[in-house]
Design a protein around this ligand. Structure first.
Ligand code: UGA
Length: 483
């Protein structure tokens, strides 16, 4: 027999992985594990959801996910509702089910617990059970306890914590080109399994493939694998999200002061962000953070701290500034338009951020609801989140087919989500469509000088307002009210 030369890819053994939960984290994790060469079963007890996935319906708007599923479904990805069977045939089981917030702000761990109970009954050989959902510290210990109480032999499994740092909209790229991979384990046997799972990334092998998902500009490859204790890994997840939210609230607070003193927060950001100890990312002021992660995780982290006897008041302040940011924006709209009853507003953006159809805790939706309460008529457009928004806002707003349609006849145009397409509008066309050339930008997408040159009165966050170049006399709204 001749000598067969294996490519690095053929040499690396694929692992058998079960991913429990076909939500946002589960789908992305499962698809990416398959793409780096593993055999994956995605498990969900929602048969309807699985049927939808099988027929090609992808429940979330996520870049590259359709490509990965088209490539791997039926190849390296199977879908199943039988958790025990999936667990039995796999080396590792990733738990990626929801951990919604309870009324008191703690994470509801009942889905995680029921998965742990079920896996315990399927342990016929050594498995690593990995918590992927965002969970409070000590969860790995609880999973272990639940599994032992339900008949799992302690020697037949280990628990690992492998937090995700995926942003909605760029989750696939974030998974495949991470800044770091954090793995929390309690022993070397378990670490070895996780190391092998991530080997196609940490060795750089995935990145040499012609069909690899394209590398984002900023990505450094190969990524670093950081091995910690399970408790530290759990803390890393909560502390990372809390720190990022703190960065956003910090710059929002600075933006408010900029408005009062007539400074420009964009220049301030450039000045402070270029200090490499601070960094310029996540330093964009706006109408506050939203989404399914930051608001929930901050509450959960605060609850965990409290339980451990630490009153994390810094987090209270981060949350307070975030809410205040929305109210400030509303005051700004009021101060520009004077009265709101009966005003016709064009709204660009309903999603909690650009690149996603997710409206959970979206500051844009909360603002629209406030404006409706004040008696405004709203025509809104979002490139992806209209269907989801319709479930909440019903017929209280007009859903425009595009940004220009939303702007047509408007007393003012409000920008509430940082979609790329909203930053590249044809300003001359826009100018002709609106009733009054007033843009109130909650995401700082435009250069005030350019807006002024195109004939707009332009109000943004933390930057001086500008009037149209050709207007010599317009009544300047009271600066103190704006700030
Ligand atoms: C966030 C984290 O960025 C991820 O690392 C983490 O994995 C994820 O939560 C999670 O825990 O699952 P995500 O919620 O998808 O990701 O969205 P981000 O891109 O972080 O944006 C969150 C909110 O902050 C958005 O409303 C966005 O508009 C706002 N934001 C973000 C700002 O207002 N300014 C910024 O500079 C950045």
């Amino acid at each position: 027999m001749g000598h067969v030369c294996l490519t690095p890819r053929e040499k690396s053994l694929s692992m058998r992985i079960a991913v429990v939960g076909s939500g946002y984290v589960g789908l992305v994790t499962g698809s990416c594990f398959a793409d780096i060469g593993h055999d994956v079963v995605i498990v969900d007890n929602d048969e309807e959801r699985l049927a939808g996935l099988r027929s090609g319906a992808i429940p979330i708007h996520e870049r590259f996910l359709p490509e990965l599923l088209a490539r791997q479904l039926g190849q390296r990805i199977r879908l199943s509702s039988d958790l025990q069977a999936a667990a039995r045939e796999c080396d590792a089981v990733f738990i990626a089910v929801g951990t919604p917030a309870t009324d008191s702000g703690e994470a509801d761990m009942s889905y995680v617990e029921s998965v742990a109970r079920e896996i315990a009954g399927a342990l016929d050989s050594y498995k690593v059970v990995v918590e992927k959902s965002t969970v409070p510290v000590y969860t790995s210990q609880w999973i272990r306890t639940v599994m032992i109480r339900n008949g799992g032999r302690p020697a037949s499994f280990d628990i690992a914590s492998n937090p995700e740092f995926l942003r909605e909209g760029t989750a696939v790229s974030d998974f495949l080109y991470p800044d770091r991979i954090v793995v929390g384990v309690e022993n070397e046997r378990c670490a070895a399994v996780l190391r092998e799972i991530y080997e196609p990334l940490t060795s750089g092998e995935y990145y040499s493939r012609a069909d690899a998902i394209p590398r984002p500009d900023r990505a450094q490859v190969p990524p670093r694998l950081i091995i910690t204790s399970t408790r530290s890994a759990e803390m890393i997840k909560h502390a990372s999200n809390a720190f990022l939210a703190m960065k956003i609230s910090f710059i929002n607070a600075v933006a408010s002061i900029c408005e009062s003193v007539g400074a420009n927060v964009q220049q301030v950001c450039e000045g402070i962000g270029s200090d490499s100890r601070i960094g310029s990312r996540f330093l964009n002021p706006g109408i506050g953070y939203g989404g399914s992660c930051f608001p929930k995780d901050l509450m959960a982290f605060r609850a965990v701290a409290k339980e451990c006897g630490y009153d994390f008041r810094l987090l209270d302040e981060v949350i307070r500034i975030n809410e205040d940011q929305r109210h400030r924006f509303l005051r700004k709209v009021r101060s520009v338009l004077w009265t709101l009853r009966g005003k016709r507003l064009g709204v660009l953006g309903l999603a909690f951020k650009g690149g996603t159809d997710d409206i959970r805790e979206s500051p844009a939706i909360l603002l629209v609801q406030e404006l409706l309460r004040e008696g405004c008529h709203i025509s809104a457009h979002d490139p992806a989140a209209m269907d989801r928004a319709r479930e909440v806002l019903k017929s209280s707003v007009v859903y425009a087919a595009g940004p220009y349609e939303a702007a047509a006849g408007a007393d003012a145009l409000l920008i509430l989500t940082e979609w790329e397409e909203f930053a590249a509008l044809d300003l001359d066309r826009l100018r002709k469509l609106v009733k009054y050339p007033i843009v109130i930008d909650g995401r700082n997408l435009y250069d005030p000088a350019i807006m002024s040159a195109h004939g707009f009165s332009y109000y943004s966050v933390g930057r001086p307002a500008t009037l149209p170049e050709d207007v010599t006399a317009e009544i300047q709204p009271d600066k103190r009210q704006i700030s």
